[in-house]
Write a new protein. Structure first.
Length: 370
């Protein structure tokens, strides 16, 4: 065996500590009671955390000092430590690298537009889906994030906005997309709880509208069916990337388990149950999936459905053998879809120059960016 010098101590991977945001309101009251405090203290903590976005325990002055510290220690432990922020687009895009209590690294991205602010959050550290064009997919899965670790990414963005720390003045998070690292439906329970924390009215949660939350999936069919039965109005995005099984088997390996037709059936089931328009994500990869005949096959499968295609110019990842489609191929692809009555838009590539764009999040290198 070759001796490899140990430069970095391997981080310990473990369960993140319990946090207020892991719990629903009844569980919070029970947790507070377990600590020997009156249950209404749970509502006070919720108001500070979700309502006022407070992160300084000493400012929670409606709770007596001793109780405050005991409660904060038990229910507001630090979960994510900021490693670094990288801004671009004049400060309207911010990619953040976080370190979990066990050393796990994850990323989130804040994107400010004239009419909205979207937080792109991670649901897992790494990802087990192994899509070959995605940076996160290359490293495998480290672990699931806890509900509170997911919520914290949004709360952090909300704090920066509330305090006017993001270019454009004070603001609020309006949208959340589960399009950071990980496959959200492979961490189903925690992601669902996170959606509830994000959308429960303040002060129980952050009070975002369900419609402004998008859960993006490779197409885990049983989990899509389950999501359809939750009574939520969140937007479902399905990462299709190919209309035919032969190619999709290679681009989205889970397709060997659930085929294009099954994934789309599940998506139409979601439309039927929720009345929500489904998004189909399609990364445009030069000479791989961008041929006119594939646009036509895709149109055939989607025509007449409550659906919208989101084309994402491929963000080539380091060492990738693939490139983005040419503008001409992309235009032709869009034209064929639109001509056949399928609503289609091309996603902007915010954060591209800071490796903060779709599929580029791969928190493997904690060294400072040059
Ligand atoms: N696991 C979820 C979330 C992944 S990230 C899912 O697969 O949907 C969100 C989107 O970015 C997915 O559609 C994903 O396929 C896409 N993506 C990943 N890598 C990309 C890349 N290098 N270029 C463009 N889009 C990419």
């Amino acid at each position: 065996m070759t001796a490899v010098p140990l430069i970095f101590e391997a981080p310990r991977r473990g369960r993140p500590p319990r946090h207020l945001a892991d719990l629903d309101p009844a569980e919070r009251r029970a947790a507070v009671a377990d600590l020997g405090e009156r249950p209404f203290r749970a509502d006070q903590l919720s108001r500070h955390y979700f309502g006022r976005l407070e992160d300084d325990v000493t400012r929670m002055t409606d709770v007596p000092t001793a109780a405050r510290h005991r409660l904060a220690e038990a229910l507001l432990p630090p979960l994510l430590t900021l490693v670094r922020n990288v801004d671009c687009d004049g400060g309207a895009t911010r990619k953040t690298l976080w370190r979990g209590a066990d050393g796990t690294l994850i990323e989130s991205v804040l994107m400010r537009y004239p009419d909205r602010v979207t937080m792109c959050v991670s649901s897992q550290a790494g990802c087990g889906m192994a899509c070959p064009f995605c940076a996160t997919g290359q490293g495998g899965l480290t672990r699931n994030l806890s509900t509170a670790e997911i919520v914290e990414q949004v709360v952090a963005g909300a704090r920066w906005l509330a305090r006017g720390e993001v270019a454009g003045g004070p603001g609020r998070v309006s949208n959340v997309v589960f399009m950071g690292m990980g496959e959200p439906l492979a961490n189903y329970g925690r992601v669902l709880s996170a959606v509830r924390r994000l959308t429960d009215p303040a002060p129980d949660g952050l009070g975002l509208s369900q419609r402004s939350v998008t859960v993006s999936t490779v197409g885990l069919v049983p989990a899509i069916h389950r999501l359809a039965g939750e009574g939520l109005a969140v937007t479902l995005a399905v990462s299709l990337h190919a209309p035919d099984d032969e190619l999709r088997d290679t681009l989205v390996p889970v397709n060997t388990r659930w085929k294009v037709a099954e994934v789309l059936d599940a998506a139409w089931g979601y439309v039927g149950a929720t009345g929500r328009r489904v998004s189909i994500e399609y990364a445009m990869i030069r000479d791989v999936n961008d041929q006119p005949w594939r646009a036509e096959l895709l149109a055939q499968q989607l025509r007449g459905r409550l659906v919208h295609v989101n084309l994402i110019p491929l963000n080539p990842t380091p060492g990738s053998r693939w490139d983005a489609s040419t503008p001409a191929a992309q235009e032709e692809f869009v034209r064929r879809l639109v001509d056949r009555g399928v609503a289609t838009t091309v996603r902007d590539t915010r954060g591209r120059e800071i490796a903060g764009a779709c599929g580029q999040l791969a928190a493997v290198d904690p060294s400072p960016l040059s």
